[in-house]
Design a protein around this ligand. Structure first.
Ligand code: GLY
Ligand code: MN
Ligand code: MN
Length: 430
């Protein structure tokens, strides 16, 4: 899409937000809303701070993820006011006012002060953001009922947001291709992370989340957070879960690659991928995501049987006995947006059989969700099952061979459309 068209869509996005926010403010009896971008706290007893990521509602409006001490004032019937913090600072670069069409939809000011713009005469004021940024401010701070409705404005994406998520997928796809090549050439986790950053031209701190790059048994640590600098003596598997952030919107993609010669593990990767594609095809408006999560368990049970990992138990029994949960402990997916686990996904808590599921809604056109089944060899989860009542139904020898491959996850980002779905990931990474 030409840049000009994207700019036009962003202006429409802001009009939509103005309407959605005005409705929410009216519902809850407020005349104005102040949103704090926030600021990174300093580390204890140190003169350095933590990496900063802007507050979701601020990014939803502005796309600006890295401006601290800045403010957005929403006033129904008037242009929103964006005040950027622009101190005179010879230690750091300071933000400059954006010069793009979307910014002309707003009233823009620059301020050397960390304080918000004048708040007199606004009537009933709500203020939202990190409480640490709101000290001494007037108004009602973070009212829960209003916050819930503002989070709901992020569930159905505008055309502009879908476009940003699509571009975030396109760029991340380049990174995933480079990471796979680096793995097949024998690279370490650290070298794979460099290949990913190089191909995406994105620093790790700018990414939507810390990339998960696990070789061999590290692939079985769901949110593995280190990069080993040593190359493995025998590379067996790579699991990389990494995204790209485009104007605030993050992709969240996982691929698993078996090393040449890992026939059994490769067959399992192919099995999970085939299940993942069927689940993506089942993404349609009206689908209950909890049901889709349950279908995933049945699909994994079938795969465990056909691979010979579990014998003599039908699919329903494997699920009811918690065997599939020992291989696949997390949820099938979540909403995606300016936060990687985007808000608004759990109007009701997840059921007892899916405690980590982050999306309990029926799917609607405009949602963007991840579809990320997995199959892992995690000793702390599998060993109790292997030593338990049904332990003999599992093939211990096969599992012993596979501990060293860690696990499998395949994750795509899927837009729910009026008639079905559009897989934003596979457009760029088939
Ligand atoms: N990257 C974390 C997740 O897939 O939810
Ligand atoms: Mn992920
Ligand atoms: Mn995810």
């Amino acid at each position: 899409m030409p840049e000009q068209e994207r700019h036009a869509r962003q202006c429409l996005h802001l009009e939509t937000l103005q309407q959605r926010y005005s409705d929410a403010l009216e519902t809850h009896g407020y005349d104005a809303l102040l949103i704090a971008s926030g600021a990174a706290p300093m580390r204890y007893a140190d003169d350095h701070g933590y990496a900063f990521q802007g507050f979701g509602p601020f990014v939803h409006w502005t796309g600006l993820t890295d401006v601290e001490h800045s403010w957005l004032l929403i006033r129904p019937g008037r242009q929103a006011l964006l005040q950027l913090y622009t101190p005179v600072d010879f230690w750091h670069a300071t933000a400059s006012l954006p010069d793009e069409p979307w910014a002309r939809e707003l009233e823009l000011t620059a301020s050397p002060e960390r304080r918000p713009p004048a708040l007199d005469g606004l009537g009933r004021l709500a203020v939202i953001g990190d409480p640490a940024a709101l000290t001494d401010l007037p108004g009602t701070h973070n009212p829960a009922d209003l916050l819930a409705d503002l989070e709901a404005t992020r569930i159905l994406k505008t055309g502009y947001e879908i476009e940003c998520l699509d571009l975030a997928n396109a760029r991340a796809a380049d990174g995933h291709r480079a990471a796979r090549e680096a793995f097949l050439a024998g690279a370490s986790e650290f070298e794979i992370s460099l290949a990913y950053q190089q191909a995406t031209a994105q620093r790790e701190v700018e990414a939507p989340y810390h990339s998960i790059i696990g070789l061999n048994d590290h692939a079985g640590i769901l949110h593995y957070q280190y990069y080993d600098t040593a190359r493995p003596q025998q590379p067996r598997s790579l699991l990389i879960d990494a995204g790209y952030r485009f104007r605030g919107y993050g992709s969240d993609i996982t691929r698993t690659t078996a090393a040449p010669g890992e026939g059994m593990f490769q067959a399992l990767v192919a099995g999970v991928e085939s299940l993942q594609k069927r689940l993506c095809d089942a993404v349609v408006p009206g689908m209950d995501f909890v049901e889709l999560h349950r279908k995933t368990h049945l699909g994994l049970a079938a795969l465990l049987s056909s691979a010979g990992l579990v014998r003599g138990l039908d699919e329903e029994t494997q699920v009811a006995e918690g065997i599939t949960r020992a291989f696949f402990p997390h949820g099938l997916g979540h909403l995606l947006g300016v936060q990687v686990h985007d808000v608004g996904g759990r109007p009701v808590p997840p059921p007892a059989d899916a405690p980590f599921l982050r999306l309990t809604r029926r799917l609607e056109p405009g949602m963007v969700v991840t579809v990320e089944p997995g199959l892992y060899f995690i000793p702390s989860l599998l060993k109790p099952v292997m030593q338990g009542r049904l332990g003999n139904q599992l093939d211990h020898g096969l599992i012993d061979e596979l501990w060293g491959c860690g696990g499998i996850r395949i994750e795509d980002n899927v837009e729910v459309t009026d008639n079905g779905a559009c897989n934003l990931t596979r457009r760029h990474l088939p």
